[in-house]
Design a protein around this ligand. Structure first.
Ligand SMILES: *Cc1c(COP(=O)(O)O)cnc(C)c1O
Length: 221
């Protein structure tokens, strides 16, 4: 068994400075998160609000917490005080709630729009057209406590590398298109794509953030 530190070093070597590593810590206990922290990881991703809110106060304050899983409107308030980036925004109503909760804490919360790119119907996200409409909507422009900084997507879970590559490539094209939109609170700089099984493919297609869990911490049961 390799250690968390060794796994992180190996992955960082493969990333080669081209993308930021988000250590996906869902279901993992605090001591393992501390090991990742001690190996210089500062970006942690969780998919459940309650779990993130429980772990956050138990760990150093300079960790940037990333919400990567589906976010229900009524749960935004639990992470609004500290969350660094919400990767999984899939509606205007969710953005409105994030804006409201961010304002309560005097914050501007960075968000990514999750776009559906996989050939699976279990995954959340906007269609490319829905993302286009949302990014250019006047309603979004009025939300001064959120900033849309890019896109996130999950490729199909398959051994077919060509398919995964095409899905990532499509998301990058949409990213490049929407990056041209001029809005005060739309400033594209992040493309979150790639997980343990496909982060190298994602980086080759232009990912700036990879979300890696099992390759660091071992499989989740
Ligand atoms: C769990 C999860 C990951 C990490 O998955 P691994 O295959 O363990 O690397 C990445 N992104 C999202 C949205 C997840 O829910």
């Amino acid at each position: 068994m390799t250690s968390v530190r060794e796994n992180i070093a190996q992955i960082e070597q493969k990333i080669g400075g081209k993308a930021k590593l988000i250590a996906v810590t869902k279901t993992k206990p605090i001591p393992l998160l501390q090991e990742a922290y001690d190996a210089d990881c500062r970006d942690f991703g969780e998919n459940r609000v309650q779990e993130m809110a429980e772990k956050q106060p138990q760990l150093p304050a300079d960790i940037r917490w990333h919400q990567i899983g589906h976010l229900q409107t009524n749960k935004v308030k639990y992470i609004a005080p500290f969350v660094a980036l919400i990767h999984s925004v899939d509606s205007l109503s969710l953005l409105k709630e994030i804006n409201k909760q961010a304002a309560k804490h005097g914050r501007v919360i960075d968000c990514l729009l999750q776009v559906f790119i996989a050939e699976e119907d279990t995954k959340f996200g906007l269609s490319p057209d829905e993302a286009r409409v949302l990014v250019q909507s006047q309603e979004l422009e009025a939300l001064t406590n959120v900033r849309v900084v890019g896109l996130m997507g999950l490729a199909t879970s398959t051994d077919n590398e060509t398919q995964v590559q095409q899905e990532f490539r499509g998301l990058k094209q949409l990213y490049d298109e929407l990056a041209l939109v001029k809005r005060a609170n739309v400033t594209f700089s992040e493309l979150s794509m790639g997980m343990s099984g496909d982060y190298e493919l994602a980086i080759a297609e232009g990912s700036t953030m990879v979300r890696v869990g099992s390759a660091i911490f071992g499989s989740r049961l």
